[in-house]
Design a protein around this ligand. Structure first.
Ligand code: PLP
Length: 399
């Protein structure tokens, strides 16, 4: 095609757009391209007009992202999925797709990811949306709030951050639909290995794929899994607002997803062992983990999740500790890394009042139950005894 042309033209075109191969790569390639070329321009027009499947521009869709989207839809039992550049872009878009706009109301769980709390308490109210925060584990009060507030959307997490409360999604989904609203469930902590919200009528299942799904702490991303109809709405939104996941990030996430069930098995086993050990330690005042009999929703967790697995996230309170003691404890850890993320192969600790829940005023934090002694631990996939050994030494050293 470029043969006989100048070096400028050949440098640009030589080797590109080779004949369609007659083989299939075993794993999905990274389609590192912004545009897509059709021999017949009518085909391009057909894609623009939604009359034919295909790709025109990576903000509208990319085959590498489609592979990840298909896998996520399959694991979550949904009709379709759409990937975003981060979990927060996915949360934001799902609220818009659920019909949130000026003059409407949202009901949100009060025990929710910090940035989601900020969208609901700051960003949307400035645009004329009212938000009400509720305890979603009190179903009677929850139903009453809905009938008073008449929200268009309800947003909550399967397992909440950072207190690990478990939401009774089947009942919540029914109550929300009776009130004529849409339910958005952030399933990041549970993953489809523990629970698939869409099977219980949830409208939008949201993920920060940055966490367990990517799983290696090296790629930011988000996704919404939903019905074909809601997917069409989300697609119109992402076409306008962007927020797309890049194809290389989609590829990394797809690679991570392949070992999600294997990793979750180890995360859950480790977390259960660590939680049991912490609960027996004299310096620990309280452990929040759905796998412990002391957890207020332990029976519910047993009903909702597969036998014996309760997730990889734990939070706990160190007796008589304040910010300074917690910091000393975190600095004394050698294996476990103090870092602002969760759900990857590394064991990680975080201090919610400093990070994810910094946006909450201290009185609000206290009301929600996030004390100054609270530490969040994401159990990695290392050896359980070695995670426990590190905690034991750090508790000893920071005494
Ligand atoms: C991390 C996280 C988010 C935000 O995801 P990003 O990928 O960081 O934008 C939302 N919800 C939960 C539960 C999270 O853990």
């Amino acid at each position: 095609m470029a043969k006989g042309k100048s070096i400028f033209t050949r440098a640009v075109h030589s080797g590109e757009r080779r004949p369609k191969p007659d083989f299939q790569p075993v794993s999905t390639p990274i389609y590192q391209t912004v545009g897509f070329f059709y021999e017949d321009v009518k085909d391009l027009e057909g894609v623009f007009a939604n009359e034919r499947e295909g790709y025109v521009y990576t903000r509208y869709g990319n085959p590498t992202n489609s592979a990840l989207e298909e896998a996520l839809a399959d694991l979550e039992g949904g009709e379709a999925a759409i990937t975003f550049g981060s979990g927060m872009a996915a949360v934001h878009a799902s609220l818009l797709a659920a019909g949130v706009k000026a003059g409407t109301s949202i009901v949100s769980a009060y025990d929710i990811y910090g940035a989601t709390y900020a969208i609901c308490s700051r960003l949307f109210p400035e645009l004329g949306v009212r938000t009400h925060f509720v305890d979603v584990t009190n179903l009677e009060n929850f139903a009453k709030t809905l009938s008073e507030i008449r929200p268009v959307a309800v947003i909550l997490e399967t397992i909440s951050n950072p207190l690990m409360k478990v939401a009774e999604i089947p009942a919540i989904s029914r109550i929300v639909h009776q009130a004529g609203a849409k339910v958005i469930v952030d399933n990041t902590f549970a993953t489809p290995v523990l629970f698939q919200p869409l099977k219980y009528g949830v409208d939008f299942c949201v993920h920060s794929t940055t966490k367990y799904i990517g799983g290696h702490g090296d790629v930011l991303g988000g996704a919404v899994v939903t019905s074909r109809k809601n997917h069409a709405t989300l697609h119109e939104i992402i076409k306008m607002t962007g927020g797309n996941l890049g194809p290389t990030e989609a590829w990394l996430t797809l690679r991570g997803l392949k070992t999600l069930p294997l990793r979750m098995r180890q995360h859950c086993q480790n977390a259960l062992e660590v939680a049991r050990w912490l609960e027996g330690h004299p310096r620990i005042a309280r452990v929040n983990y759905p796998g412990l009999a002391s957890h207020p929703q332990h029976e519910l967790a047993k009903k909702l999740f597969p036998p014996g697995i309760f997730g990889g996230m734990i939070s706990f309170e160190i007796k008589d500790a304040g910010r300074a003691e917690v910091f000393r404890f975190m600095e004394a850890l050698e294996l476990i890394i103090p870092a602002t993320t969760l759900g990857d192969v590394y064991s990680l600790v975080l201090y919610p009042p400093m990070s994810s829940h910094r946006a909450l005023p201290p009185e609000e934090r206290a009301k929600v139950g996030i004390s100054d002694r609270l530490v969040r631990l994401s159990a990695g996939i290392e050896e359980a005894a070695e995670i426990i050994g590190d905690l034991e030494k750090a508790l000893e050293k920071s005494r």
